[in-house]
Design a protein around this ligand. Structure first.
Ligand code: UVW
Length: 306
C-alpha cells in the first residue's frame, strides 16, 4: 500500500470542496461546463450507453454479484369487477446495484479505515453508506462527454485482457480524436473488451480479466480535473492488477483519495462507430444515478447526445 499512499498525497481532494463534501470531482461540473456541453449537441442524435438489466447479464457470481431477478407481481391485473376496465402489469426486480452498467459511489472502495474526504469507514454499515453514498450525487453526472477509443487508436478491435492503459496511450487516443480532456469532462475510455461478453458470449472472459487504466493514469486524471471516468469493462482499471500484491489501486486512489466517480460496463461501441464516422468525439453526456439511500452504486442507462 506504500505506493498508493505516496500517490494519494499528490492527488488527494480531501478538504478541497469543504469538510462535508461527498461529491468529489463532480464539483468540477459547473453551469459553465454544462452550457459548453450542451453546445456539443448538433444533430440531436441520442446514444444509450447502458447494457440491458436482465437475467442474461454479464455476472458470473463473483463477489456475490448475480444478474437481475425480475419477477411479475401482477399480470392482467385489474381494479374492480368490471371486465372491460383497463388492465395492468406490475413487477419488481432484485439485483446487485453493481451488476451491469453502473456508477461506483464514493463509499464503494476505501483503505486505512477512511472513505473519501476522511469519513470513517464505519459509516458504511448494514443500513448502507451514511457518507459518500450514491444518493449524494444529487443532480447526477452531466457534462461534456469525451470518448477516447483506445482500441481504435491502437488499430485493434479490442485491447488484450491484462493490457495496461498508460497516460501515453490516453494521449495518443486524444491526438487521434483531435480532442483534449479537461476540467469537468466525463471521460469515456473504450477498450473493445465488452465484445468478449456481447459478441463472444464469454462472461468468464469478460469478468475475470480485462484491459484497463494503470496506476500511472491516476495523476493524469487528477491533473486534467475530469469529473468522472467510465469504461466498457467491469473495473475501469486493468485486471490482473499491475502488482498482484496491490489489488484495486486505481479504485482506491480515484474513489477514496480523489473523490472521482467511476463508471463500469458502459456500452460504447455504437457511439464509437458514430464518432469515427463524423470525426466528433465530444457530446453532451448525462447519467443520473438512482437516488438509492445509502447505496454504494447505481444502475444506469447513460445517454450521449451529439
Ligand atoms: C470491485 O470489484 C470491488 O469493484 P468494481 O465492481 O467497481 O470493479
Amino acid at each position: 500500500m506504500q505506493r498508493v499512499r505516496e500517490i494519494a498525497l499528490k492527488v488527494s481532494s480531501w478538504g478541497r470542496w469543504g469538510a462535508e463534501d461527498e461529491r468529489g470531482t463532480l464539483n468540477f461540473v459547473t453551469p459553465e461546463t454544462v452550457r459548453r456541453a450542451a453546445a456539443c449537441v448538433k444533430r440531436g442524435e441520442v446514444f444509450a450507453l447502458g447494457l440491458p438489466f436482465g437475467a442474461d447479464g454479464p455476472q458470473i457470481g463473483q463477489g456475490g454479484r448475480v444478474n437481475p431477478i425480475h419477477l411479475m407481481s401482477a399480470i392482467d391485473g385489474r381494479l374492480g369487477a368490471d371486465v372491460e376496465a383497463p388492465r395492468f402489469a406490475d413487477d419488481f426486480i432484485t439485483m446487485p446495484l453493481q451488476c451491469a452498467t453502473q456508477w461506483d459511489s464514493l463509499a464503494h472502495v476505501w483503505y486505512d479505515g477512511r472513505l473519501y474526504n476522511g469519513f470513517p469507514a464505519t459509516t458504511v454499515g448494514t443500513a448502507g453508506a451514511a457518507r459518500d453514498g450514491i444518493d449524494k450525487l444529487g443532480a447526477g453526472v452531466v457534462g461534456r462527454g469525451v470518448l477516447l477509443d483506445v482500441a481504435r487508436a491502437r488499430g485493434v478491435e479490442r485491447l488484450r485482457a491484462g493490457e495496461v492503459i498508460s497516460p501515453d496511450v490516453l494521449e495518443a487516443a486524444e491526438r487521434a480524436a483531435g480532442v483534449r480532456v479537461g476540467r469537468g469532462d466525463v471521460l469515456l475510455v473504450r477498450t473493445g473488451h465488452l465484445g468478449v461478453f456481447t459478441v463472444d458470449g464469454n462472461r468468464e472472459g469478460y469478468m475475470r480479466s480485462m484491459p484497463g487504466l494503470g496506476i500511472a493514469c491516476v495523476p493524469w486524471l487528477h491533473e486534467r480535473e475530469v469529473a468522472a471516468v467510465a469504461s466498457d469493462t467491469s473495473a475501469v482499471e486493468v485486471i490482473p492488477f499491475e502488482d498482484p500484491a496491490l489489488p484495486l489501486p486505481v479504485h482506491a486512489l480515484c474513489i477514496r483519495d480523489m473523490g472521482l466517480t467511476l463508471g463500469e460496463m458502459f456500452a460504447l461501441d455504437a457511439l464509437a462507430e458514430d464518432c469515427a464516422r463524423d470525426g466528433v468525439w465530444e457530446f453532451l453526456f448525462s447519467a443520473p444515478a438512482l437516488r438509492v439511500t445509502g447505496g454504494t452504486g447505481s444502475p444506469l442507462n447513460p445517454l450521449a447526445v451529439k
